[in-house]
Ligand binder design. Structure first.
Ligand code: NAD
Ligand code: UDP
Length: 319
């Protein structure tokens, strides 16, 4: 049985990846320090003999017993309000944490895939974004702590690949959504759905003309799975190219939820990218991958998930 270590296991993407690899017949070691994650996301796996959990901060030396075939490094705050609240930890998990996991991969002779992001392109000057675009990042702006940690993460990963011959994979993830997102993580989908469920107005930042392209979590997980098993070491975009303005998206949420609330406008956060859309030619050609779930289907599943939260969870999420 192949053994895989997944960091960030109690988070949104990490927990879905744990499910996927358990389902594919792997022995999964999940690791998390619960700084933005929640054990609820993986509690259904606790009785499974093919799952173990390590409560550990990956910026400290990482050790796990036994052989390892694969490592997925997904630990990192991922939403703007999280990494603005914990900027130093964000820089550390992308840099020191990645270094620790590359060292572990080298020691165990494991293949490692690291979770990079469309944020390496910053506020992009080309559209849609291809993998050979170098990006437009403000290193000292509020988002710089995340963007530069991820850019360093890519550099050190590639250095371990070329210098130590380590088997590495780099996925550049574009906005992904689905069940188990934290309602109060500030990202636009939980923010809008939470507001609709609590009977609050929907807060569009700026004039809402900025765009995003939202990928359903099952598609993202399938892309990551295929990339891990491929022999491709260069970065690869995984995301859904279907682009929408945030204002049009707020209107879609109003229809989906049937809320009577209106849209209100708030200041656009500094360095908020104005447009984002993945070019997925590489993923199509090399992995035979493209998204299967359209936004209407994915958003319905996601809304149904958020509707299962209790009144208390909804209220708590306001803070
Ligand atoms: P998340 O916040 O739900 O999950 C991140 C997990 O990492 C949490 O459980 C958190 O507790 C854990 N963590 C953070 N620092 C840690 C540390 N030092 N040691 C151990 N665990 C730690 O976020 P997510 O959306 O699931 O994102 C997962 C990964 O995917 C991140 O690396 C993120 O940068 C990347 N990513 C996500 C998206 C997206 O749209 N969801 C887009 C681009 C990149
Ligand atoms: N956004 C918004 N209202 C909110 C939360 C976010 O208009 O309540 C906007 C935000 O300014 C950005 C887009 O939605 O333009 C996506 O934000 P998110 O935090 O989800 O992801 P990211 O900016 O990292 O792509």
């Amino acid at each position: 049985m192949k053994r895989i270590l997944i960091t960030g296991a109690a988070g949104f993407l990490g927990s879905h990846l744990c499910d996927k690899f358990i389902q594919e017949g792997y022995h999964v070691l999940g690791m998390d320090n619960l700084i933005t994650g929640d054990l609820k996301n993986i509690e259904h796996l606790f009785g499974n003999k093919n799952f173990e959990f390590y409560h550990h901060d990956v910026t400290k030396f990482v050790h796990v017993p036994g052989q390892l075939d694969y490592i997925l490094h997904f630990a990192s705050p991922a939403s703007p309000i999280d990494y603005l609240k914990i900027p130093i930890q964000t820089l550390k998990v992308g840099s020191l944490g990645t270094h620790n996991l590359l060292g572990l991969a080298k020691q165990k002779e494991a293949r490692i895939l690291i979770a990079s992001t469309s944020e390496v392109y910053g506020d992009p000057l080309i559209h849609p974004q291809t993998e050979d675009y170098y990006g437009n990042v403000n290193t000292i702006g509020p988002r710089g702590v995340y963007d530069e940690a991820k850019r360093f993460q890519e550099s050190i990963t590639m250095a371990y690949h070329t210098f130590h011959g380590l088997e590495t994979r780099i996925v550049r993830i574009f906005n992904t959504y689905g069940p188990r997102m934290r309602l109060n993580d500030g990202r636009v989908i939980p923010a809008f759905i939470g507001q609709a469920l609590r009977g609050e107005d929907l807060t569009v930042f700026g004039d809402g003309s900025q765009t995003r392209s939202f990928c359903y979590v099952d598609d993202q997980v399938e892309g990551i799975y295929r990339l891990l098993l491929s022999n491709y070491a260069q970065p690869i975009n995984i995301g859904n190219p279907h682009e929408i303005t945030i204002l049009a998206f707020a209107e879609e949420i109003i229809k989906l939820t049937g809320t009577n609330q209106k849209i209100i406008f708030k200041d656009l956060p500094k360095d908020d990218p104005m447009q984002r859309q993945p070019d997925i030619t590489r993923a199509k050609e090399l992995l035979g991958w493209e998204p299967q779930v359209n936004r209407a289907e994915g958003m319905k599943i996601t809304y149904d998930y958020f509707k299962t939260l209790t009144e208390e969870e909804l209220r708590y999420s306001e803070h």
